[in-house]
Design a protein around this ligand. Structure first.
Ligand SMILES: [Cu+2]
Length: 274
C-alpha cells in the first residue's frame, strides 16, 4: 500500500513530468525575445524542485520500508545535522537562488528602461475590454479626461479632442505590432485592477487604476496570440480577451497607414458635420 501511494504521488508530480519531458510541455510556443530566458529559468526551477520532490519521497519510502518491526531492537538514527540542519540549509540556499534569478529576470523586463528606439503603445483595461492606443505621426500621446470617456460615442479612452496631440492617436481593440521591434507598453486601468497577460510573449503585468506602469518586450515571431486578463475583474472577466497580431514590418506599415487613413476620413466627416 505505501508503495502504491508513493508511485501515485510521483505520477501526478508536474515537476517530474517536466524533468522527464525536458521540454515546454504545458507552455504555449514562445514568440518573444526575452521568452527564451524565461523558459530556461522555468525549466531550471521545475527541474530543481522535481529533483527535491523525488529525493524527499525516496527518503520517505526508505524510512517506511525500514521502520522498526515490533519487538526489534531500536536503530541508531543519523545525527540532527545530517537529518535536518544540512538539508534545510541547502533548501534555503536554493530558494534564495531562485528568488534572486527570478527577480533579476523580472526586473530586467519591468524596471530597466526600454531602448529609446522602442515604439510606444498604451494598453488600457476597462471592464471588460482591452483598448490599445498608438501615438500616431507625432509620436506623442494626447491628453485624456475621465469625463470624456464615452465608448458609445467612439471615445472609450476619453481622448481630449482639444489637445493637438490627440488628433492623430489611433485607438484599436486589437494589438498589432511589428516583429523584431521593441515595444514600450504603458499600462493603465479605468476602473479595477486588470492583468495584462500575453502567454506567448511570456508577459504578465497588472494594470492598476491611478497608476501608469511600463513593461517592455520584443515580439519576434509573426502570428496571432491571445491577450487575456489574469485578474478576476468582475462578472465579465472571462470574456475580457483580445488579440495580438505580430506582423512583418512591411505589413505593419501597411496596417498603420490604413488605420491613419481611416482616422483622417472620420475626422473629415466630423468637421463636415459641424
Ligand atoms: Cu479581468
Amino acid at each position: 500500500m505505501p508503495l502504491t501511494i508513493f508511485l501515485a504521488v510521483i505520477a501526478l508530480c508536474p515537476g517530474l513530468s517536466s524533468l522527464v519531458s525536458g521540454s515546454q510541455f504545458w507552455m504555449p510556443p514562445n514568440a518573444a525575445l526575452h521568452g527564451i530566458a524565461v523558459d530556461r529559468l522555468m525549466r531550471l526551477n521545475l527541474t530543481a524542485l522535481g529533483t527535491c520532490f523525488i529525493i524527499a519521497h525516496l527518503l520517505l519510502l526508505i524510512s517506511i520500508l525500514r521502520r522498526p518491526r515490533p519487538g526489534a531492537s531500536p536503530k541508531i538514527l543519523p545525527s540532527m545535522w545530517a537529518m535536518e540542519v544540512i538539508p534545510l540549509t541547502l533548501l534555503c540556499l536554493m530558494y534564495v537562488w531562485m528568488a534572486i534569478t527570478a527577480q533579476r529576470l523580472w526586473a530586467a523586463n519591468r524596471f530597466e528602461g526600454p531602448s529609446p528606439a522602442a515604439m510606444q503603445v498604451e494598453v488600457v483595461g476597462v471592464q471588460f475590454q482591452w483598448y490599445f492606443r498608438y501615438p500616431g505621426e507625432d509620436a506623442a500621446f494626447g491628453g485624456t479626461r475621465p469625463e470624456l470617456v464615452n465608448a458609445a460615442a467612439g471615445n472609450p479612452l476619453g481622448l481630449d479632442r482639444q489637445d493637438p496631440h490627440s488628433a492623430d492617436d489611433i485607438v484599436a481593440s486589437e494589438l498589432v505590432l511589428p516583429a523584431g521591434r521593441e515595444v514600450d507598453v504603458t499600462l493603465r486601468a479605468h476602473d479595477v485592477i486588470h492583468g495584462f497577460f500575453v502567454p506567448a510573449m511570456r508577459l504578465k503585468q497588472n494594470a492598476v487604476p491611478g497608476m501608469v506602469l511600463h513593461v517592455h518586450f520584443t515580439p519576434e515571431l509573426p502570428g496571432e496570440y491571445p491577450i487575456l486578463c489574469s485578474q478576476v475583474c468582475g462578472l465579465g472577466h472571462a470574456r475580457m480577451q483580445a488579440k495580438l497580431r505580430v506582423l512583418p514590418r512591411g505589413d505593419y506599415a501597411l496596417w498603420l497607414a490604413a488605420r491613419e487613413a481611416k482616422l483622417h476620413a472620420i475626422q473629415a466627416a466630423r468637421v463636415k458635420a459641424q
